[in-house]
Design a protein around this ligand. Structure first.
Ligand code: G16
Length: 556
């Protein structure tokens, strides 16, 4: 193996993937994400970055996922796509490499690219004689295959050994990365195949619900995305243990992905996907995945047919309380401390409910922030209100569970359940299918229907809005994104508005995945939450210097 960069092969392939001169790329909250037909050079370069990252980590396998998750896929050339890198334990790319990825993606020419790469090799002390191993996958977007071809050219340029995991969900790709890197060790995460993943989840689920009355069938809105394929697979492994009714499974219909369906639609519009209107019956549970199946939102219709949403906050409350109870029954309260991590989007009522029972921490939006904060607890439960989340069991906690000698049958059952939960939960990243099974386990143990789960606490009415602005980077935040530091003076105007609403709370932050600024507001009454959101959005619009002619009417 050569110990120098393969300059000629990088150059000649890079010339086939030129960077558009007028664009600036940024590795953000969810990797690179923008209009698909501008991403060719980015994908090629991500192939190179993945290979270098693997070499830097002694040849450990790095993951690459091509997806734009919940973003729309209009049937036009303006559909979004994206790509993100996964580090060896299945977690998001280390922050310092996000900066390298951004610099590499913006080198204007092939020669400039070589220069940036050379400098990275030096500063990051990369031993180029090490092997490079990568595993990659994509979601169902039509733009995926061409982008994957560019990515493969990046691997080829570096001589990396790359395994194609095909079309699969983001969480399955994360699972693969961890499974490959722990293979044959005492920390083996599971077999590095889809079969291994589905077996692991379904076996754990079956153990956890053994002896319980089977749950009524569950309607699953697959967002017309890759979750439909994984859901179909999972159904087969679950057999009679849980009946899944998969809806919105049109993975090949142009423009159908995330369109009026999926977790983001349900969370943002607070409505049932119209496609489920004649399917979901009063009293029945349903849930929505997003386009790459890493988010989950539940819902139900009450007796009067009124829609109720059970979002990431409600999931956190349900599962955290269940884990705390198991730890207590097991007699491990003193050794295993459970904590919860949320973001500013968490409903104020959920934070109050959780904080009365557990330590709760608020961090900035973005899985990496939540994941790292959750790692500080023995058992860290993290969920974003948008339905992205998971539970992390620290290695010492897993060891404690393995070594513990229960003294009663009840203790022993509780420990067995906790061990099964460590198998059921995809601890690498939020996983809609794994989370869905976890929720079903808790509902089954507690004999809760949707309404009983919902009654754990009452959500404060809230509203999300987004505002298109000429430059979202002009918006800078502090205090876990709860306050703006720029544009100058805007936060005090928001404070003045918020003070006029009973139970009012609102914040503004630039999105990391879309070219917009997001606005969140909550208040004691629904009409007030809506009004506050619209008024704050109006302030944002004015402050950002948007064209008055395009000022949205409802903001006036
Ligand atoms: C990604 C991130 C999430 C984040 C979401 C929206 O989700 O992984 O942590 O909440 O984007 O981020 P923003 O408000 O900055 O656009 P996904 O499901 O799109 O990968």
């Amino acid at each position: 193996m050569s110990s120098a960069l393969p300059v000629e092969s990088i150059k000649s392939l890079s010339d086939q993937h030129p960077k558009p001169s007028d664009l600036h790329f940024q590795y953000g909250t969810a990797g690179f994400r923008t209009i698909a037909n501008t991403l060719d050079s980015v994908l090629f370069r991500v192939g190179i970055i993945a290979a270098l990252r693997s070499k830097r980590l002694d040849g450990r396998t790095i993951g690459v996922m091509v997806t734009a998750s919940h973003n729309p896929e209009p049937a036009s050339s303006y559909d979004d796509n994206g790509v993100k890198l996964v580090d060896p334990r299945g977690e998001m790319l280390e922050a310092s490499w996000e900066v390298h990825a951004t610099a590499i993606s913006n080198a204007p020419t092939s020669d400039a690219l070589i220069e940036v790469l050379q400098s990275l090799v030096q500063t990051a002390k990369i031993d180029l004689s090490k092997p490079a191993n990568v595993v990659y996958a994509r979601d169902t977007r039509p733009s995926g295959p061409a982008l994957v071809a560019a990515l493969e050219d990046g691997f080829k340029a570096m001589g990396a050994t790359a395994r194609d995991a095909g079309v699969t969900t983001t969480p399955i790709l994360h699972y693969f990365v961890k499974a490959i890197n722990t293979k044959g060790t005492k920390y083996s995460y599971g077999d590095d195949s889809e079969e291994g993943y589905f077996q692991k989840l379904s076996n754990a689920y079956k153990k956890l619900v053994a002896g319980k009355t089977p749950q009524p069938p569950l309607i699953v809105d697959c967002a017309n995305g890759v979750g439909a394929l994984a859901g179909e697979n999972l159904k087969g492994y679950l057999g009679d243990a849980l009946q899944l009714i998969l809806e919105n499974t049109s993975t090949t219909t142009p423009g159908a992905l995330n369109n009026a369906c999926g977790a983001d639609y349900v969370k943002t519009s607070q409505k049932l996907p119209p496609s489920l209107a004649n399917i979901l019956q009063p009293g029945q549970r349903g849930c929505s995945l997003d386009g790459d199946a890493d988010r989950l939102i539940y819902f139900y219709l009450d007796d009067r047919g009124v829609f109720h949403m059970l979002d990431g906050d409600k999931i956190a409350a349900l599962v955290a309380a269940f884990i705390v109870e198991l730890v207590k029954v097991a007699g491990l309260e003193d050794q295993i401390k459970v904590g919860v991590v949320q973001t500013a989007y968490a409903n104020g009522a959920s934070t109050k409910y959780l904080a009365e029972r557990l330590p709760v921490k608020c961090v900035s939006t973005g899985v990496k922030h939540l994941h790292h904060a959750a790692e500080r607890y023995n058992v860290g439960v993290y969920f974003e209100a948008n339905g992205h989340g998971t539970v992390l069991f620290s290695q010492p906690t897993i060891d404690t569970l393995a070594e513990y000698q229960p003294s009663t049958p009840a203790q022993s059952r509780a420990v067995e359940h906790l061990v099964s939960l460590t198998e059921l939960i995809n601890q690498t990243v939020g996983d809609a299918l794994s989370d869905m099974l976890f929720v079903e386990v808790v509902l089954s143990h507690k004999s809760y229907n949707g309404e009983e789960w919902d009654s754990l606490y009452v959500d404060l009415p809230n509203r999300l809005a987004k505002v298109s602005v000429p430059n979202r980077n002009a918006f800078k935040t502090e205090d876990a994104e709860r306050r703006l530091v720029s544009p100058d003076g805007l936060q005090s105007k928001i404070d003045d508005l918020v003070n006029r609403y009973q139970g009012g709370r609102s914040f503004v932050r630039p999105s990391g995945t879309e070219d917009v600024v997001r606005v969140y507001a909550e208040a004691a009454l629904r009409a007030q939450a809506d009004e506050l959101a619209m008024r704050v959005a109006g302030l944002v619009y004015d402050e950002a210097g948007g064209d008055p002619a395009s000022r949205p009417k409802e903001f006036l």
